[in-house]
Write a protein that binds this ligand. Sequence first.
Ligand SMILES: Nc1ncnc2c1ncn2[C@@H]1O[C@H](COP(=O)(O)OP(=O)(O)O)[C@@H](O)[C@H]1O
Ligand SMILES: [Mg+2]
Length: 216
Amino acid sequence: MRKIMILNAKGGCGKSTIATNLASYYAVENKKVVLADFDPQLSSLGWLDARNKDPNWEYPEITGLDAANKTPTVPNDTDILVMDAPARIHGKEMSNLLRRTETLLVPVLPSPVDIRAATKFIHQLMLTGRVSSKQSRIAVIANRVKENTLIYQTLLTFLNSLRIPVIACLRDSQNYIRAAEKGVGIFEMAPSAVYTDLEQWEPLLKWLKGRASRPK
Ligand SMILES: Nc1ncnc2c1ncn2[C@@H]1O[C@H](COP(=O)(O)OP(=O)(O)O)[C@@H](O)[C@H]1O
Ligand SMILES: [Mg+2]
């Protein structure tokens, strides 16, 4: 089973957006996908509700688990486990959560406040001792990026100094809002409408396929 967690202590940086789109990508690929929502707000499960309610279309199945209120039991035949982590997570709670994953994706918004918060958070992650090549691999996704802004360059310089790869830069796009409303991923929308976004996911999906995203 492939275990991928999306986390960042900050709310609103795109954790649920990336978790749900990633789940949809693997479901379209015919994988058996479980989407475990560790956030008490349960946005990912809300997305799944919207998905299952659409009477016009049967989307590939994704199993949702409420991991915020009870310890999740992940079915043995799961191919891909996508975990949507809660915001405001620290200390012991964070190390417990990290034990469940082999790949960590940290979405960061390129704003001064978010970059400052992400800097602190990534330092904390490193200190837990679980984020290393042995236990889990980490990568950053720059989200809602307006390229060529100075603050975006600052983010890249910071990550470079920690040797953390930035494996995708996703633009700010209404397609994510539309997808969230309907309970679909951009991989399930008309390619003519989402091709720019699909292209931006390519390096992330490639990284997830390769060795560099798994522990040694
Ligand atoms: N790349 C993006 N483009 C446009 N809107 C986005 C993008 N990423 C996230 N959003 C929107 O930003 C808001 C917060 O995103 P969300 O994924 O819920 O963050 P988190 O789970 O980290 O709190 C949501 O309304 C979501 O639709
Ligand atoms: Mg969320």
